[in-house]
Design a protein around this ligand. Structure first.
Ligand code: ADP
Ligand code: MG
Length: 344
């Protein structure tokens, strides 16, 4: 699928297949095409090329209300003068669903979001997290096949946000509806998704499970955007691995060892000097300047290390060691077939 606005290519060569009942996340920086993708699926935009299929049927020409899809936006505006029950049942009322059925479905939707019996409250009497769940109930009450969520937790502070991530994931599991969830927050994507797609500049760089994307980033962009990663390339790659190519290795996979220890054939190693130490409580981040050139970031848990010991490592000569299988080739290797190149 492709969507352009004049000269701006918002989404390009998008080919995405989401399974029924999946919690699927679109992750990417601002302007990478996530919202446009949701709007194309919802029917608020028409594709410049390509189509949207829902359960095999082409819905590309149907208006938003003709698609079995609902959207929850970040600025979930509830009607302040209406009760929670009327807010949740509003769409049903517009569609002239009889009052009795309406009440039953509103009550069921409130149970789904774990706010049973909240019908009589006013939005002003609710916390931010509760209001967010009411917005969710308002979408769930229509029993859509697919729920589209565009940065729904973006307005919440970090603590509430982390709480709601767990809540939302639990609700999705209970109701079994396919969730298409947009975020620019990599931790959120890794925590919540069954599968995820990483967007960059209107295209999908990689799709897969959180573990696949994190452990085997397909491109340098994914490696950098999803968690911190070390990119090893050129001369340095050759010095460490004896081969050409570009590799990534996650900072937490690298161990700090004494210089000159016996090399282990199952492991890669590189000598260097610790140039910086950042003590972070649970763990410590070390920046190591390699003798072969370049630097690697290493993160170690502070299991038996005090802050004094950690900080004393600055300026020290060390050897970095990691298992060979933690060295991931970048580019091309086992890309999933969800992401195919199709002619624009
Ligand atoms: P994201 O949600 O990932 O931040 P968007 O899908 O909103 O990204 O935007 C993708 C690109 O398309 C951006 O360059 C944006 O400026 C552009 N864009 C989105 N909507 C419009 C529009 N209605 N008119 C012109 N350009 C748009
Ligand atoms: Mg957006």
């Amino acid at each position: 699928m492709r969507k352009t606005y004049g000269d701006v290519v918002a989404v390009d060569r998008l080919d995405l297949e989401v399974g029924a009942g999946e919690f699927f996340t679109l992750l990417g920086p601002s302007g990478s095409g996530k919202t446009t993708t949701l709007r194309l699926i919802a029917g608020f935009e028409l594709p410049t090329a390509g189509s949207v299929l829902l359960d095999g049927a082409d819905v590309s020409r149907l208006p938003p209300y003709g698609r079995d899809v609902n959207t929850v936006f970040q600025d979930y505006a509830l009607f302040p003068h209406m009760s929670v029950g009327d807010n949740v049942g509003y769409g049903l009322m517009v569609r002239r669903v009889p009052k009795k059925e309406r009440a039953a479905r509103v009550s069921e939707a409130l149970e789904m979001v774990r706010l049973p019996g909240y019908e009589k409250r006013r939005p002003g009497q609710l916390s931010g997290g509760q209001r967010q769940r009411i917005a969710l109930a308002r979408a769930l009450v229509n029993r859509p096949r697919v729920l589209l969520l565009d940065e729904p937790l973006g307005a919440l502070d970090l603590k509430l946000r982390e709480q709601m991530q767990i809540e939302l994931k639990g609700i999705q599991k209970d109701v079994g509806i396919t969730f298409l969830f947009v975020t620019h927050d990599q931790d959120e994507a890794l925590t919540m998704s069954d599968r995820m797609a990483v967007f960059n500049d209107g295209r999908i760089e990689q799709a897969g499970t959180p573990a696949e994307v994190y452990e085997s980033p397909a491109t340098a962009f994914v490696a950098g955007f999803v968690g911190t990663s070390n990119l090893i390339t050129g001369e340095v790659a050759r010095a460490i691995t004896g081969a050409d190519g570009t590799f990534t290795v996650r900072p937490e996979k690298i161990h700090l060892a004494e210089p000159g220890d016996e090399p282990d054939p199952d492991r890669y190693s590189a000598e260097g000097i610790v140039s910086e130490v950042v003590y972070l409580g649970v763990n410590t981040r070390y920046i190591v300047q390699l003798a072969a050139g370049g630097e690697l970031v290493v993160v170690q848990q502070n299991q038996a290390t005090s802050s004094m010991q950690a900080l004393a490592a600055r300026g020290r000569q060390v050897r970095l060691v990691w298992d060979r299988h933690h060295n991931r080739p970048v580019g091309g290797a086992d890309r999933k077939n969800e992401v195919k190149e199709i002619p624009a």
